[in-house]
Design a protein around this ligand. Structure first.
Ligand SMILES: *Cc1c(COP(=O)(O)O)cnc(C)c1O
Length: 384
């Protein structure tokens, strides 16, 4: 769609890469399951398509939609968030390079860098990237090749000023990658704030219905894109056609879903912020949250994740096992509400490292259900 650059987020989410089918006029372009494509002569391809790992029209449609919604020039879709991260990291890193990563980054990202890339000569260093002074110290100590940040972070919702981090990192010669899984481009556009690359676990809000695993890399840097695309092709962790199509369908409603997720999360945070049964509520939409002002500036909503600190690990575990509407499960970002106990679930792999999460924390992925039912459920579970 040639005019898409001028359109706004909600229009792009619905239309980018989604022109009606040229042959039939089908408003929803068909899902292309073919693994291979007829050639009109040796090497004469009809639309550049040759073989399913190299390219697939349903995946292309998703990749255009991903690029458009993040305001990037290029999008790539992968079989999972970690597959996307792996391709990007191997594309931009060489042996001897270092990644500087936030101290509450997604545990799987830390594991990927330290345990998979480590033996190939890549190192990882951890810092509190939400603290500009700590960033300056870390960058002055040694220049990393990549600065990798999640904001808001998981599960403590720390907020990093992307524009200011990008400025410092670029001055040190590093590239800046933002994992935008939590905020989504409906609420935050890192490339416009100076980041070089955005990655997603599309498994979460972009898919939005907990029915598909996927990942994405979006950038406007042609060299980073070409190198990552080569890895997508040469290593082959592509998304399948049905997965790509489900993700595209999810993205079309991302804007309104994120509004409702944010509204519900804000109500929960406001309701329990002063509840005696809760030691602390972590939500960037609370004015008492240390990152509130930056979040209000760089985001257009505060998102759907709320974390609660309870009085002990025992109480946190009991709460997580007592909700009825909030399902006890890993993952986040679907229309249904989930509760997670990070210490023994999502963050078990970083126990005992600098990324460990206190055992008193529970994380809520607030869905789009009726708010009164969600409030009742939390209230009941707190009394359990
Ligand atoms: C889930 C998640 C990932 C990993 O994505 P997968 O799709 O599970 O491979 C990366 N980053 C964040 C912030 C996540 O929540």
């Amino acid at each position: 769609m040639t005019t898409s650059a001028a359109r706004q987020f909600d229009s792009l989410a619905v239309h980018a890469g989604q022109d009606p089918d040229a042959t039939t006029g089908a408003v929803i372009p068909p899902v292309h399951f073919s693994s291979t494509y007829a050639q009109d002569g040796i090497g004469t391809l009809r639309d550049g398509y040759e073989y399913g790992r190299a390219g697939n029209p349903t995946r292309t449609a998703l990749e255009r939609q991903l690029a458009a919604i993040e305001g990037g020039a290029f999008g790539l879709s992968f079989a999972s968030g970690l597959a996307a991260e792996d391709a990007l990291l191997r594309a931009v890193l060489s042996p001897g390079d270092e990644v500087l990563i936030g101290n509450d980054a997604y545990g799987g990202t830390y594991r990927l860098i330290s345990r998979l890339l480590g033996p190939w000569g890549v190192s990882v260093r951890v810092a509190d990237l939400s603290d500009p002074a700590a960033v300056e110290v870390a960058l002055a100590e040694r220049a990393p090749r990549v600065v990798w940040v999640e904001t808001p972070s998981n599960p403590l919702l720390r907020v990093t000023d992307i524009a200011s981090l990008a400025q410092s990192a670029h001055a040190a010669g590093a590239i800046v990658v933002v994992d935008n899984t939590f905020a989504t481009p409906a609420l935050q556009r890192p490339l416009a704030l100076g980041a070089d690359v955005v990655v997603h676990s599309t498994t979460k809000y972009l898919g939005g219905h907990s029915d598909v695993v996927g990942g994405a890399v979006i950038t406007s840097d042609a060299e980073i894109h070409e190198q990552t695309r080569f890895l997508q092709f040469a290593a082959g962790a592509v998304s399948g056609p049905l997965d790509a199509w489900l993700t595209t369908r999810g993205i079309k409603t991302l804007g309104i879903r994120m509004q409702r997720h944010s509204q519900n999360a804000q109500r929960i945070a406001d309701t329990f912020a002063h509840d005696a049964r809760v030691a602390r509520v972590f939500y960037p939409g609370l004015t008492s949250h240390p990152g509130h002002e930056i979040a209000a500036e760089q985001m257009s909503g505060f998102g759907g994740i709320v974390s609660l600190e309870l009085e002990s690990g025992e109480r946190a575990r009991r709460f997580a096992e007592s909700t009825r509407l909030f399902t006890l499960a890993e993952s986040l970002g679907g229309v249904e509400s989930l509760v997670n106990y990070p210490d023994a679930m999502t963050h078990a792999s970083v126990r005992g490292t600098e990324l460990a999460v206190p055992e008193t924390i529970v994380r809520l992925s607030v869905g789009i259900e009726a708010i009164d039912d969600l409030l009742d459920d939390i209230d009941r579970a707190l009394d359990a």
